[in-house]
Structures are given as C-alpha cells and as structure tokens.
Design a binder for this molecule. Structure first.
Ligand SMILES: Cc1cc2nc3c(=O)[nH]c(=O)nc-3n(C[C@H](O)[C@H](O)[C@H](O)COP(=O)(O)OP(=O)(O)OC[C@H]3O[C@@H](n4cnc5c(N)ncnc54)[C@H](O)[C@@H]3O)c2cc1C
Length: 360
C-alpha cells in the first residue's frame, strides 16, 4: 500500500484559473508536494489585477459564522505567507494599519459599540486629537470625520503579490498552460480538462478557480450554483495644490465605503464602486469622490490619471465565497466578490485539507 506522502507526490491537480485564488491554491498545494498544472488564457486581465488589496479582517463586525472563521484564519495566515514570499520579493509587505471613517453619527455609534464589546487592543476608536484625524480634517477641510483604527488589518499591493506568486510558481517549475478550458469530464477515475486547442489534460483532481466562468464548466442543474457579476471601479487622481501633502494622510483608509490610498504627495487612488454590471461607468470621478458633503477644491479640480475596473463574482442565493467539494476529485473555489485577496490563504488551506482527506 502506498504511503499518504507518496499519494500526494504522485497526485496531479489541475487548477483552472490563475487569478489570486488559482495562484494561491497552487502555492499551498505545491508546498505540500502535489504536482500542479495551472490553465488560464488571460491571467493579466482579471479581477485580481484590479484589486486594491485591502485586508478588512479584524475590523469585520460580525464575529461568528463561516465568514468570520475564514477572515480569522486569513489574518493568522497572511503574515506567515508574506514572510515566506519575501524570499522571492523582499519588498512584499502588509502595510498597516487600516482606518475606517465615517461622517454619519449612527454609523459611528455602531463602531463605538463594536469596539467597546470587542475589548481588543488592536481595535481602537480614533480620538479627535489623534494625528490621523487631524491630518484628514486638514486635508479634506472637514470637522465631523470619526472612526476606528485596526492595527492588525492593512493592505497588500495586489499586483506585487501576483508578480511574487508568479516568481514562486516559476521557481517551482509549475506547469502553466495559456489556454481556456472548455469542458471537464470524468473517465476511468481521472478528470479530463479539454482546452480550446482540443488538448486533453488528465488529472486526479480539478480545482475550479475561474470566478464567474466556473458555472460554464459544471453541470449547473445538479450543483445549483449561481454567480452574479459585480463591477468594481477604481481611479488614480492627480492633484495640483502645493498646500496639500497627501502623504500626511494614513497609508490606507476608508471613508463611508470609499477606499483611499495616497500614492505620493499629489496622487491618490480611490475605489471602488459596486453595481450589478460589467460595463464601466463614464461619470466615475463624480461617483468615487462624493463621499463628503462638500469636496475640498483640490479634489474637485483633480484629474484622473488612470482608471481601471474588474468584474467580481458574487454568489446568488448563498454566502460568499463558494468553497465546496462538488464530487469526487472536483472542488470549486470561487465567488470571492469583494474579498478575494483577504480570503485567499484561508480558502486555499481549506481546499488543501479537503484534498488531503480525499487522497488519504
Ligand atoms: C476595483 C476592485 C477593488 C478590489 N479591492 C479588493 C480589496 O481591497 N481587497 C480584497 O480582498 N479584494 C478586493 N477586490 C476583489 C478581488 O479582486 C476578487 O475577490 C479576487 O480577485 C477574485 O479572484 P479570483 O482568482 O477568484 O478571480 P479572477 O482574478 O477574476 O481570476 C479568474 C481567472 O480565471 C480565468 N478563467 C476564466 N475562465 C477560464 C477557463 N474556462 N479556463 C481557464 N481559465 C479561465 C480568467 O482568465 C481569470 O484569470 C477588488 C476587486 C476590484 C475589481
């Protein structure tokens, strides 16, 4: 009888989709010793490349259920994986802290109650005289911004993360096929993934990480999985005002749902929108800068220097994400909606445990 380790080394896993979820699963599974093939026709133009990379883990207010369990696991795993990946890119890091702000009194009261109930030194209300609040009020010419700081949360630069994962996968000599999978089927206990070039790739396991398009590859009637496309847009704005230094602001913060990342003294990123659509909007500047009753002049006069978008998969009728064993050797890991970067480590660990149990 073969040992469990031999089974792992011999088992071949095909990962369909090479966004953050496909790549992160490849990392986790290849560290265990599996043979991996990743297939993706267009890995540079997916939702992962559009992500702002905020990790809203410990500031999540619902502290029970699967969603919280996944967040908690990811908060624990991220620093370990970053330390590991720094061997391939020493600049990769988690920028901390993350600041959540509001101008709405009711929302602030909810935050205060949450912080009081948590009694966690990593979560604090920002006092009016804190340097963060002072600098935000000065830059945005506001008086009524309030909020909390989460020391454990932060941001990973998503593009840098994807590039680092590519370096790791190249170093490990992981097979990569730049093709689209058009069909999967099972024959003689093996999975066969057929590509658009009519190539058949055999494997013991297929892992579906191809976001919205997973439903094209599975028999949807028996699995009853529905995904909706949700557009996310972001812009980079250039400002021209010598009085304002955007680097005096926190490294990443959120004001009433808009994520803000100062990039330099006169450049900042704002994202992201959230609507059931796949087509970017024209009046995006207005929509992304309307988080205050009155905009400061430097923001009104700001010019878009870059804009981009991504289409995220939101599960319809069940919570996000969908991580499931669909049948023997077929696992789905999709529907990450707004939190693919945050949840990648926890979900990849879940998938690895499923595969280990299946092969043991
Ligand atoms: C503007 C914006 C900001 C965001 N900010 C954050 C954030 O701050 N924090 C956070 O955690 N998340 C954020 N997200 C969400 C995050 O980007 C997604 O949850 C995540 O990228 C989902 O990753 P994925 O790998 O499932 O999908 P994708 O990145 O979309 O990758 C799916 C891949 O599957 C491939 N594929 C599709 N069909 C096939 C096929 N038939 N055969 C082979 N390959 C196929 C595609 O080519 C694609 O490369 C943001 C998203 C957007 C758009």
């Amino acid at each position: 009888m073969k040992s469990v380790k031999e089974n792992f080394q011999k088992a071949h896993i095909v990962i369909i989709g090479s966004g953050i979820i496909g790549k992160f699963n490849a990392l986790e599974l290849s560290e265990i010793g599996f043979q991996i093939t990743i297939i993706d026709p267009n890995q540079l133009e997916n939702s992962s490349n559009a992500a702002l990379g905020l990790l809203m883990g410990n500031m999540y207010q619902k502290r029970r259920g699967r969603s919280w369990d996944l967040r908690k696991k990811s908060i624990e795993l991220w620093p370990k994986w970053i330390e590991f990946l720094q061997k391939f890119n020493h600049e990769l890091n988690i920028e901390r802290p993350l600041i959540q702000l509001t101008t709405n009194e009711d929302k602030f009261k909810k935050l205060e109650k949450f912080i009081y109930n948590m009694n966690d030194i990593n979560l604090r209300i920002l006092e009016r005289d804190s340097v963060f609040i002072k600098n935000i009020n000065k830059a945005f010419q506001t008086k009524n911004i309030k909020g909390m700081i989460s020391i454990k949360d932060g941001r990973i630069n998503a593009k840098s993360l994807l590039k680092t994962l590519d370096l790791y996968l190249k170093n490990k000599k992981i097979n990569f096929l730049q093709e689209e999978v058009i069909k999967i089927r099972k024959s003689n206990n093996q999975w066969i993934s057929t590509t658009s070039n009519n190539e058949d790739i055999k494997s013991d396991i297929v892992l579906l990480c191809n976001s919205l398009k997973t439903i094209n590859l599975i028999d949807n009637r028996s699995h009853n999985i529905k995904l909706k496309p949700v557009l996310g847009q972001a812009i980079e704005i250039d400002i021209n005002d010598a009085q304002v230094d955007l680097l005096s602001l926190p490294k990443q913060f959120n004001i009433d749902g808009k994520n803000i990342i100062p990039k330099s003294k006169n450049k900042l990123i704002i994202g992201s929108t959230d609507e059931y659509s796949t087509k970017p909007k024209e009046n995006i500047f207005e929509e992304l800068t309307n988080f205050l009753d009155k905009k400061p002049m430097w923001l009104t006069k700001g010019k878009i220097s870059k804009k981009w978008y991504g289409v995220r998969a939101k599960p319809d009728g069940q919570p996000s994400p969908i991580i499931k064993n669909l049948e023997d050797g077929l696992i789905i890991c999709t529907g990450f909606y707004k939190n693919g970067i945050l949840l990648a480590p926890a979900c990849s660990r879940w998938v690895a445990n499923e595969i280990k149990n299946y092969l043991a």
